[in-house]
Ligand binder design. Structure first.
Ligand code: C2E
Ligand code: MG
Ligand code: MG
Length: 594
């Protein structure tokens, strides 16, 4: 506030005479303009105070049954923002110190008031409040985004938890991490990175419930909070979710909003977000534990392909904290032959011919039954066991190909999922070649599926590996394509044969024209770069028809076949060699539909 701006005073006093006296004193102050508004009751005061238009509150200590100090207690957050001066009839050291402890800026005796003294007291109170606010801001806020920082967030969360415990409410904590933010920073510079974080903060705030914060706070109800922990990590607390599904709705909205392009300094930037969610009372009643669990769940999303959300599961956290248990179990699984592969066929849309099989791992656990890869691959990656699993898969696929070959049926190429962190080892091309040579399997029968995050690695080195593999006859494809950052731009830099369009795009065919356009662009750019395009997760005739009409080369998905146990594959291959393979049957069915 500038020096000469009018200062708006709210006087809360049940005695009209006192009001008239104070008004008169104020009118005698020469250096500063004031307006004074008077309310005579405690209840009216609360309503008036919420308006947020006053620069200072003058509060009478004696308010009938209640006191001015009770009013300070009710103010909550506002008490931090607006200076308060307590007025009393008599000097009283005890009340004076109590008022100070509660955050009042000054304590004045009405009988002794002079214009000079009141002016000085108001001026000091306002300045002191400003300094306090500044200190508070520095300690509790992130200067780049203006969002609360980790300390503030944790404090708010602790308060929200205490409230939820007391009133039997549910609460969700979200841990967000932008996908590929490092790439933005490295390729476009820190300035663009900072601007991106600011915009992300704005988009997040626009999504989180904007209640009348002052009103809620005067009732001391915890509010939803968005905070930045640092780097590209954000947290959100949802303080009143009636059902857990409400947290899913918020997470979906966040993903949608952050998936829209950012236009920053002439760059069109795409970023995804990985979100982990933990819940009170399901997961924990401790703020730090909830944050840690949400972080673990976020990490899991990252490993499963990013740009999504995941609830923390008790079992997942137990596993994460019990690293040794996981390592033992996974290692044992390998030794005790508990891993197995399912195979999912892929077909050429035009001819209906099967073009290959994807090997998908399962863990047949004695206690849990068949465990899907999403429940153990991320841990294997985290605890450095993925190399051992990938080795097992390569050996098993080769062994299987040799076994099927004995049955004298025509083989189809089999694709193997190779995680990027693992790829560097298998980037050692000789290593892979040695394995397949030991089984006498031709590289043409193998395809390596790499996830899109390979774009983050050093492209030169990566391409040299990829080209070496390709020149030997291995097929290279990029899995889950479209989920990462600006990948279409990067596509020209990568040496691969096939792009697999991520299932999330295929799922929204016909619902979402934006996704339809993206699919179209992937197909035409990929074709322009001499790549084959395959769509994964094709489930409906409508999706098939759209992909066929838009020149997609091939499909994989439940519409054609789910992943099948190895015993079923010889039958499929024999059928394929005969007149009517699986794909031809589907084509015929589709023609009936189309
Ligand atoms: P992915 O490589 O993208 O595999 C495709 C996933 O989509 C498979 O899930 C498959 O069962 C599923 N799928 C196929 N068609 C459809 C469909 O029409 N609808 C739906 N809803 N889903 C469909 P799965 O087998 O659970 O594997 C999940 C992920 O786990 C794989 O995604 C891959 O990233 C990873 N994974 C699987 N096997 C291995 C492996 O041997 N090694 C490594 N490192 N990762 C693996
Ligand atoms: Mg795959
Ligand atoms: Mg995939």
């Amino acid at each position: 506030m500038e020096k000469n701006d009018t200062i708006e005073i709210l006087l809360i006093d049940d005695d009209e005479e006192d009001y008239l006296i104070i008004k008169e004193i104020i009118s005698q102050i020469e250096y500063q303009d004031y307006t004074i508004q008077w309310v005579s009751s405690y209840e009216k005061a609360l309503m008036e105070m919420k308006k947020g238009i006053y620069h200072v509150f003058l509060i009478d200590y004696n308010m009938g049954v209640k006191t001015g100090l009770d009013l300070i207690d009710e103010l909550g957050e506002m008490n931090r923002n607006i200076p308060i001066i307590i007025l009393t009839g008599l000097d009283d050291y005890k009340i004076d110190t109590m008022a100070m402890e509660k955050g009042a800026s000054d304590f004045l005796c009405k009988g002794k008031l002079s214009p000079g003294q009141l002016e000085r007291s108001i001026r000091y109170a306002i300045e002191k409040k400003k300094a306090e606010k500044q200190i508070f801001y520095l300690a509790y806020y992130d200067a780049l985004t203006n969002l609360p920082n980790r300390i503030f967030f944790t404090e708010q969360l602790k308060y929200a938890l205490a409230y939820a415990i007391r009133y039997k409410r549910t609460l969700a904590v979200m841990f967000l991490d932008l996908d590929n933010f490092k790439l933005v920073n490295d390729s476009l510079g820190h300035n663009v990175g900072d601007l991106l974080l600011k915009e992300v903060a704005q988009r997040l705030c626009s999504l989180i419930r904007k209640d009348d914060i002052i009103g809620r706070n005067s009732l001391k109800i915890p509010i939803d909070t968005v905070a930045r922990l640092g780097g590209d990590e954000f947290t959100i607390s949802l303080t009143e979710i009636n059902t857990y599904e409400n947290a899913s709705i918020v997470a979906e909205r966040i993903i949608k909003v952050l998936n829209k392009p950012f236009f920053i300094e002439g760059h069109e930037i795409y970023t995804g977000v990985s979100i982990g969610i933990s819940l009170y009372p399901t997961d924990s009643n401790d703020a730090d534990t909830l944050l840690k669990y949400a972080d673990n769940a976020m990490y899991y999303v990252k490993k499963m392909g990013k740009n999504g959300f995941q609830y923390c599961q008790k079992s997942m956290n137990d596993d994460v904290t019990d690293k040794i248990h996981i390592m033992k179990n996974l290692r044992k699984a390998g030794e005790q032959n508990e891993f197995l592969l399912y195979y999912q066929p892929k077909m050429c849309i035009e001819s209906g011919k099967l073009i290959g099989l994807e090997a998908l791992i399962r863990w047949n656990n004695k206690e849990k039954g068949i465990v899907p890869p999403k429940d153990f691959i991320p841990f294997a990656e985290k605890y450095n066991l993925i190399g051992f699993i990938t080795d097992w898969v390569i050996h098993e696929v080769c062994r299987q190909l040799v076994e099927w070959n004995r049955g004298e049926i025509n083989l189809l190429p089999v694709s193997i999922n190779v995680p990027v962190i693992q790829f560097k080892k298998h980037g050692n091309v000789k290593y892979m070649k040695n394995i397949i040579d030991s089984y006498n399997v031709r590289p043409e029968l193998l395809e390596l599926e790499l996830t899109e995050s390979i774009f983050m690695d050093d492209m030169k080195i990566l391409n040299s590996y990829l080209n070496e593999f390709r020149s030997m006859g291995f097929h290279i494809s990029i899995d889950d394509f479209g989920m990462g950052f600006s990948s279409l731009n990067q596509l020209k830099h990568i040496a691969c044969d096939t792009l697999k369009i991520d299932r999330s795009f295929i799922m929204s065919i016909n619902e979402n024209t934006a996704d339809n356009i993206i699919i179209n662009s992937i197909i035409s750019i990929g074709h322009g770069l001499n790549m084959e395009i395959i769509a994964e997760g094709v489930e409906t005739g409508q999706q098939f028809e759209f992909l066929s009409r838009n020149n997609c080369d091939s499909i994989q998905g439940y519409l054609l076949s789910p992943p099948l146990p190895k015993e079923k594959i010889p039958g499929i291959l024999k059928e394929e060699a005969g007149r009517e393979g699986l794909g031809i049957q589907l084509l015929k069915k589709m023609k009936g539909v189309m």
